[in-house]
Design a protein around this ligand. Sequence first.
Ligand code: GLA
Ligand code: CA
Length: 781
Amino acid sequence: MNKKQLFLFLLALLTLGNVHTSSAQAGSFGIGNKTFLVNNKPIVIKAAEMHYPRIPKEYWEHRIKMAKALGMNTICLYAFWNSHEQTPDNFDFTGQNDIAEFCRIAQKHDMYIIVRPGPYVCAEWEMGGLPWWLLKKKDIQLRTNDEYYLERVRKFLGKMGEQLADLQISRGGNIIMVQVENEYGAYATDKDHVRNIRDAVKDAGFTDVPLFQCDWSSTFQNNGLDDLLWTINFGTGANIDAQFKSLSEARPDSPLMCSEFWSGWFDHWGRAHETRDAATMISGMKDMLDRNISFSLYMTHGGTTFGHWGGANSPAYSAMCSSYDYDAPISEAGWTTEKYFLLRDLLSNYLDEGQVLPEIPQSIPTIQIPEIRFTESASVLANLPEAKKSKTIKPMEDFDQGWGSIMYRTTLPAVKEESSLVITDLADWAQVYIDGELIERLDRRRGQNSIKINNIRKGAQLDILVEAMGRVNFGRAIHDRKGITEKVEIVSNKKTTELQNWEVFNLPLDYEYVSSRNYIANAEPQAEPTYYKGTFNLDTPGDVFLDMSTWGKGMVWVNGISIGRFWEIGPQQTLFMPGAWLKEGENEIIVLDNKGPKETIIKGLDKPILDVLHAEESLLHRKKGETLNLQDEKPALEGTFEAGNGWKQVSLNGVAKARYICLEAINSHVEGKETAVAEINIVGKDGKDISRQSWKIVYADSENLSGGNNSAEKVFDLQESTYWKTAWNVDFPHQVVIDLGKVEEIKGLRYLPRMEENTPGAIKDFKLYIKESEFKVDGRE
Ligand code: GLA
Ligand code: CA
């Protein structure tokens, strides 16, 4: 064959391929009376949620096959805008970002696809999927009709359409539904905005399949559009009847779908590992299947939030771990679990016509690796990039930096009296140096933003090295600029001086940057921020878990890929290292440790460690020997909450001022000693809930932190499915005291009991105390 013949031959092969795809059978998906219809036949959607960037591309097919062997018929996935458009107008749909390829692989295995293109997705993903560079616009209002925001959204959705519109079932693909925005009712009430997003989704070409909105049962009516399908999100344990009650009343003929049934939950650094009971998950799913309710199991396979892509929640600010195992049926590394087998048994009783359960695919092999040792290191501070100059403090985004650390340097005036160095606002973890000496570490999670200083010579050098963790992914706090956002001041009794004339150093997380520092032959543990480099040799690559438990706080790159963050406080102690990214022969590893390791070695383990917590202080809001003293207090309100699921509201006699509130549970509607509170809102004098962004728990008589996470701040974590629960052996009355952050004028309180049937721990009789000054806690310093 000559070159031309070869070319023609290849072309013929290519066209053959094309003929094949374009002749893929077009089908239809629609909504009938109380049911979904595929090719005009009723179908119950059994969707497995998984996220393409959270799975190495090489393993996509494996995980899709795992979902199919579980008995699912659909894969549900978000699209992650900020991963596709990391800098404005540079779109990437290759490699890990090849979302269309993911859909095609699913089609190869006869799995339908539900796409949730955002633009906002939440998902415990950096900024809920929105690109950080949107924050360069000072006054941007994300998720509103802000013109610039909408323009960028339309552009992104247009690109999604180019990738995916032709994969709609009507055009021979496997996409059966597309979501519009995400839980918008939990963010705002603005139908106009949802209409704009709907229109942008349609303009992108998603015209042939049903579009839907997903929300909570408490919020779906805020923004429900007439022409969209409404679906409800809730988790393991929830009372299914209660969840669908208002929807069935509003739209008696609509098919019902739980668009996110939470199989487990996500982990935060420094907080107890989250799990959800397998039997409870199964019974909820059985309940839905028995009533032909469609669902997407979020997550069926959570995978890993590689690199810097983890988000954060607020209040209180709290960044996500790298593992997104989620206690899901398919583990982070793609393994079967107890939940997997129980669910497979269940689903085998509800197969679609013609659906056969394939064998469970083998899991990807794990390997033993020799202990990794390091040979070189480079100090972060001795390897600074060129400085930028700025008169005033500005956040990282203003210096065109998205992720990593940023250092602000200036000289101090003489300080001769007890003063505070106050940082407004700090995002997220800072090390403060004076004349090169580490003075203190400040952690936004713990509300720390100032240090005491005194006896400082004029001209001393101040360095504030700030590490950004994930951007907040839920609620108004998604406007989460990094570094130092406003100012740094020296405050004494006499005066306040704002520091100016900064030198600013950007320390990004790009492999190009971290690998090209000036490394020297020394791998001893350093107490200052340092990059460590080493190599390790493998005969055969395979999956392994890197044990980071001797390291402080930072990030790991293997063969140029960032596999995630670590932090000694846990609960995650190992990082999932996919074998697909390892090589036969020599592999390179770089660790950035901003705090400092105890030992510079890494063991390879054959199992993950996701539940070993070394929090810096007790997570409990009551120390041994402390008791809340209400003796001299008079309740502002005494009463009885109604029984049953859903929000309960009680009102004060008029408007009162309060900075601290204490809710005391006297007894429960159900048996047992426990109290459980999913959410508390305080109604302000305008009748609206006041912001909870600066709330803090002052006291809780007991908290259940064993075998799950039911700490007291779950009453204002904005999540209706998470709750504070008292310890099983502690008697009534139970109290929680909240600091509202400032004196507020309040009219009442709203309380949400647990979502479960019978509302375990639901408060019946209560007393509400409110004060402008703190409550007395006996035994507290
Ligand atoms: C919500 C969001 C999801 C995810 C889950 C919690 O339902 O829609 O993106 O954040 O909560 O895991
Ligand atoms: Ca909650």
